[in-house]
Design a protein around this ligand. Structure first.
Ligand code: G3P
Length: 218
């Protein structure tokens, strides 16, 4: 399973990259707005930190505008993946970009039927938003299972990129289902390692070691 980090914050990206846990990065207009900087500069800097796919989302909602932005974003770096919303214009843009050999990440996916359309359009990745479905009492992880089953049934090449992850169990369930990628907020990345029994056990080992360490002669 590949781990992408879901942020536009360069410090978080650097910290996660130093852990060796970043295979790529996803951003979106809301994450970029938090940084208050020129998004193009952020994309450039991210591509210097992480050697992997970096999703940069178009702001346009119309086909012509999407295509114009996509071509400019693609020029930033070979690792740039164009993030396109799940709309009819978005599907058309994904199809054209796919034919041009430009990688795409179709975002704001909330149903199996949308995911089928993305795969048929040739999207490189589809981003089902599990957390936002859970937020409205609708099974986000059920959607992941449905998409993976459907994609396996027809050998679709589109990769399932689980997004809107809220906690470690989203990641664990996605991995159990065989999702290709999880894009994870920095906070959740730091939670993955945590277990109270590990902390308790380590403290006991340290305490016991301290009773004999002076006897050690290497
Ligand atoms: O990349 C999509 C992801 O950032 C959405 O997450 O937490 O805004 O639902 P969230």
């Amino acid at each position: 399973m590949r781990f992408f980090i879901d942020t536009a914050n360069l410090e978080e990206i650097r910290a996660a990259a130093e852990m060796g846990l970043v295979d790529g990065v996803t951003t979106n207009p809301s994450l970029l707005a938090k940084e208050g900087r020129n998004p193009i500069e952020i994309f450039r800097e991210i591509c210097q930190i992480v050697d992997g796919p970096v999703s940069a989302e178009v702001g346009s909602t119309e086909y012509d505008g999407m295509m114009a932005e996509a071509h400019k974003l693609a020029e930033i770096h070979p690792n740039i993946v164009i993030k396109i919303p799940m709309t009819l214009d978005g599907l058309r843009a994904v199809r054209t970009l796919s034919e041009e050999g430009i990688k795409t990440n179709q975002t704001l996916c909330f149903s199996p039927s949308q995911a089928i359309l993305s795969a048929k359009a040739g999207a490189t990745y589809v981003s089902p938003f599990v957390g936002r479905l859970d937020d409205i009492s609708s099974g986000g992880m059920d959607l992941i299972g449905q998409i993976i089953t459907i994609y396996d049934n027809y050998d679709f090449e589109t990769q399932v990129l689980v997004a809107s992850i809220r906690h470690p169990m989203h990641l664990v369930e996605a991995a159990l289902m065989g999702a290709d990628v999880a894009t994870i907020p920095y906070k959740v990345i730091t939670q993955l390692i945590k277990h109270p029994l590990t902390d308790i056990g380590l403290q006991r080992f340290v305490d016991d070691w301290n009773t004999v360490k002076d006897l050690v002669q290497f």
